[in-house]
Design a protein around this ligand. Sequence first.
Ligand SMILES: [Fe+2]
Length: 213
Amino acid sequence: MVASTSTPDVIRIFPTFVWQRRLEPACYEPLDRDLMAYVDDLIRSSDGARSGAAWQSGHQQHGKPELAALIALIEQAARDVLIFLKVADAPFRITGCWINVLAPGGSHAIHSHPNNFLSGVYYLRSQTGADTINFHDPRPQTAIIRPPVTELTAYNTDQVVLPVGEGTLLIFPAWLPHSVSANTSAQARVSISFNIMFADYDEIMSPPLWGLP
Ligand SMILES: [Fe+2]
C-alpha cells in the first residue's frame, strides 16, 4: 500500500464564534448621531471614570431611554445568536452596558467578561488606526509549545485581529479573551459594550443535566 502524501483532511471541532452584524448607514447614522449627543452630555457632566486615555461610563446604561433603540438591536442580535446555538427559548437580560471612549494613544489590555454568557460591543466612532479588536486563543494549552511557523494561518495563530467600523455590532462568548490595540488615529474611538446572562439562571439552568429522579 502506498501512503498518501496529501494533507490529511481537516475536521474542525469546538469552534469559537464571533457574531457580527453591520448596520446599514441609513440605520446607524441617525442612531449614532443621537448616541454621540448622549455620550457628549455624559462626559460633560463627568458622569463616568477616566483612567489615562480611557473614559468609561457607569455600567447601567441599558436602562437609559437614550439607549433604547440600540438595546433593541442588541437584544434582537442576541436572540439570533441563541437560535444559532440551538439554545432553547431561554429568557436573558443585559446585565451591564457601558460606553468606552479611548483617546489617541489609549489601549485596552486583554480581558474577558466573567459571570455572563455573551458579551458584545457596538462601534459608534471608529476610524483608521482605531478600527480593530483583537481576540486571543482561549485554549491556554496552545501557548505551552509554539513552534516557529512559516506563515500565520487560522490554524496556528494565537490572535485574530478583526476589523470593525461604525455601525458594527459584535457578539462573542463572554469567556473569550480580547484586547484593543493603541488608538493611532487622531480622534477618539467610541464604543458601547454589554454583557448578557440568562434570566433566572438558578431556576432554569442550574439543576444537574443527568436524569436521576
Ligand atoms: Fe471587553
